[in-house]
Design a protein around this ligand. Sequence first.
Ligand code: 13P
Length: 341
Amino acid sequence: MNLADLNKVAQAMVAPGKGILAADESSGTIKKRFDAISVESTEDNRRDYREMLFRSKDAMTKYISGVILYDETIWQKAKDGTPLVKLIEQAGAIPGIKVDEGTQALPGCPGELITVGLDKLAERLKKYYEQGARFAKWRAVIDIGQGIPSYTAVRTNAHALARYAALCQAAQIVPIVEPEVLMDGDHSIDRCYEVTEFVLKETFQELYYQKVALEGMILKPNMAISGKKAKDRANVQQVAEKTVKLLKECVPAAVPGVAFLSGGQSDEEATAHLDAMNKIGGLPWNLTFSYGRALQAAPQKAWAGKVGNLNAGQQAFTHRAHMNSLASKGEWKADLEKKAA
Ligand code: 13P
């Protein structure tokens, strides 16, 4: 492992004004997204859609530091035969790869999940590195509900995240460590805070046990946020203040950056929250975005599977990437959204 090089990649992933495009929807998830815009989820349509994003020159060169790909995409070629990975590199962004293989029921823990994919991961990482991947992602899913999460689920997922992260660093790939506490349900922001604190503390403990170098990783957490169905949802300032406090309690300063997931927040909510945190400022890590839905919902709607809408799709993507870039510097203003509409 060359830690100086891992650190260089990690720093580039969270460079000021830049963030990560999570375009690593599994086949099942992208089908759901395409169903919503009445587009058939064929290999070609998935390629055309992602090619549209990666060819959005302004977004990719100015606002996007890296792209998380799904296994299918990292091997795909654009219509003109250029590998999609090359398109990303040509824009000056870094290709990354989702390496977990989804979730399974965790035995003995009804309603809870464990992320799988550690078997043969070392061999897969080697191939992904040869294909151009310089960072990877593994997502653990923690649900809040009656009597859950259990210690078993939190501990087991933290252990898997740390095993994954250690294997990545040994393969000279920067691990994005993503322990996601879901915002489904009607829980309060304080309950989310309490669970996320537990999850982050366990995760960093396991990272230490597995000898993961913090300088060579990126954390991708959820924000401290009310459940989607909660009655009195916390406002933007409360989310920002509680999330900043939470990170200060749990995340060592040696971690180069924190790149949030959007987790089902609306586009503008996700931007406003990131912006408010960066307006507080004074933090040891760069805070940026690694959004999937909050970057892609708008371009998916504008594109709707039609060649004639490619420009509109690229404009919608560029706008969201621009807004989130400003938010990553604490320079976003709500009226910038109206001007673009
Ligand atoms: P969302 O921003 O849609 O939550 O997706 C990010 C991601 O990579 C989830 O694993």
